[in-house]
Design a protein around this ligand. Structure first.
Ligand code: ATP
Ligand code: MG
Length: 505
């Protein structure tokens, strides 16, 4: 089906999130939307899906104007959407979530669970997605939750499919599988709108690329006419340095020491199997690996979110193995969690309050007579400017910020404390290229100030760019610690379980 958005304008108070946007998506076309964090991409898609009412503008399908007042209308018109922030029901299984909202609609006790399971089985088979139909959503890692979202959108047999940053939390293998699925849907004549900050992926997939900046369309191009560099500057309005400039590390003494750590996941499976690491002041240890090889549980154990079953963690010589999150924070550990939505922010609180969440009893922000509102505000103003959080003010609730800007709030809070150790999980997931450049520089500046930095990332590019040394994790074990100049092939092999050559020698 042909889709046309004509003159869409959407305001939030004084903020014009979409300003007279025109967009045409032809049948059998993959149309990629690019733009900085806060440019207005999700807003436009939420208008299309009936989650937001535009102030003006029209939606046409096959040149006929249609009315979409809520997501039900959108689904009825053949529109499916994979949202940037998950909309699954955490306590339901994957199968229940996929079937919910599709016809026939029934209350939960009457759901046909067997049929649901069968549908999910068929869908995962058809699209080559590994989804456990019986798994309860909240127990699944974030990448697996994303696969369920995608299956749910595909299950409606949508003719127009919108995917808002679907690959942000997928592994490279899952991304390849998704790209294949999208190519197949395209061959069947479906129209696809795909939002991503990963420029190489966009160049590989798109038929047409439209760039949005500050709520307006800046232009459209095609992969044949564009490069990652040209797309980056089109998005941001200036040249972006896609490679991190950094001097060689000057490692000092060991600050973080991990000895023979074993950690179990929620299901009681041992997912970290005897990890030992040393990270020195002034260096970045990057941990590479396909997601789900114990990185999450390792980080959780290092930051007090999960208790290790055995082994020892020390920060600056002090044993922190059994400390609480608070106790580890006090030892000088900053943490940018993987799941920012769940662990990093309180959506209904203002930006200023979120920026001092872990410092509420710091004398800087709290006195005998309560919270020091002026100091909290000033801190908020300062960090909002420094980290370029796009928002009307520091009083804006964090929940109304664009995905990437929410992330900047967490980074700003963690990086602004006086740290000995900084632990970042997927630090630039969901950020635009300009913000990635900025965050990478911030991380390196922390390193150069003598912080011991651990970066866990499933993006090999990021691992290579930031790491002074790279540990590759596979099946709960560090396969080897190598130089970032190691070839991609070698990294690939290690990530698939082969030991590094150095280790074997
Ligand atoms: N419900 C809301 N209330 C107030 N402002 C909002 C709301 N939703 C979005 N905005 C604002 O509208 C602007 C556009 O946000 P949007 O989420 O569309 O950006 P985006 O292009 O999807 O960015 P990202 O790449 O970070 O996901 C932002 O400034 C955001 O803060
Ligand atoms: Mg968005």
């Amino acid at each position: 089906m042909k889709l046309e958005l004509r003159g869409i304008t959407k305001r939030f108070g004084d903020l014009v999130a979409n300003n007279n946007i025109n967009l045409v998506v032809e049948p059998g076309q993959i149309h990629c939307l690019l733009g900085e964090n806060g440019a207005g991409k999700s807003t436009l898609m939420n208008v299309l899906y009936g989650l937001l009412t535009p102030d003006s503008g029209e939606i046409l399908i096959n040149d006929e104007p249609i009315t979409i007042s809520d997501p039900k209308d959108a689904v009825a018109h053949g529109i499916g959407m994979v949202h940037q922030h998950f909309m699954l029901i955490p306590v339901f299984t994957a199968a229940e979530n996929v079937i919910l909202g599709s016809e026939p609609v029934r209350p939960w006790p009457l759901l046909d669970h067997r049929a649901a399971k069968k549908t999910v089985g068929e869908l995962s088979e058809r699209y080559g997605f590994d989804v456990d139909a019986d798994a309860v959503i909240e127990d699944l890692p974030i990448g697996a939750q994303q696969r369920v979202e995608i299956l749910k959108a595909l299950s409606h047999e949508a003719e127009i499919l919108v995917l808002d940053e679907p690959t942000a939390v997928l592994t490279p293998q899952e991304t390849d599988a998704l790209i294949e699925v999208l190519q197949e849907l395209k061959a069947q004549g479906k129209s696809i709108i795909f939002i991503s900050h990963k420029l190489r992926e966009v160049l590989a997939l798109a038929d047409v690329i439209t760039v949005i900046r500050l709520g307006e369309v800046v232009g459209s191009t095609t992969p044949a006419q564009a490069t990652t560099t040209s797309l980056a500057s089109m998005m941001v309005g200036r040249d972006v340095n896609l490679v991190v400039d950094k001097a060689p590390a000057k490692p000092g003494e060991v600050v973080l020491k991990v000895d023979d750590l074993f950690v179990e996941d929620d299901r009681g499976l041992t997912t970290v199997k005897g990890v030992s690491l040393e990270v020195r002041a002034g260096e970045v240890l990057a941990i590479a690996g396909v997601q789900g090889n114990g990185q999450t549980e390792l980080i959780e154990a290092l930051t007090g979110m999960r208790r290790a079953t055995s082994g020892r963690v020390a920060v600056g010589g002090v044993d922190t193995t059994k400390r609480s999150v608070r106790g580890i924070l006090d030892a000088g550990v900053g943490h940018v969690p993987e799941d920012r939505q769940e662990h990093g922010l309180i959506p209904s609180f203002s930006i200023a309050d979120n920026l001092v969440l872990d410092q509420i009893d710091d004398p800087k922000f709290a006195g005998r007579f309560g919270r020091k509102l002026k100091a909290i505000r000033e801190n908020g103003e300062h960090l909002r400017t420094q980290f370029d959080v796009r928002s009307p003010s520091v009083d804006t609730p964090v929940g109304s910020l664009s995905g990437g800007n929410q992330q900047k709030v967490v980074m700003a809070r963690e990086l602004s404390r006086d740290l000995k150790v900084l632990i970042c999980a997927q630090p630039t997931r969901g950020l635009d290229v300009g913000s990635i450049e900025f965050m990478h520089r911030q991380i390196i500046e922390n390193r150069d100030r003598g912080v011991a930095v651990v970066v866990v990332s499933s993006e090999l590019d990021e691992v290579i760019a930031l790491g002074d040394r790279v540990a590759v994790m596979y099946d709960g074990v560090i396969q080897g610690i190598v130089d970032p100049s190691t070839s991609r092939e070698e990294f690939g092999m290690m990530m698939a379980g082969a030991r590094s050559e150095e280790e074997m020698a």
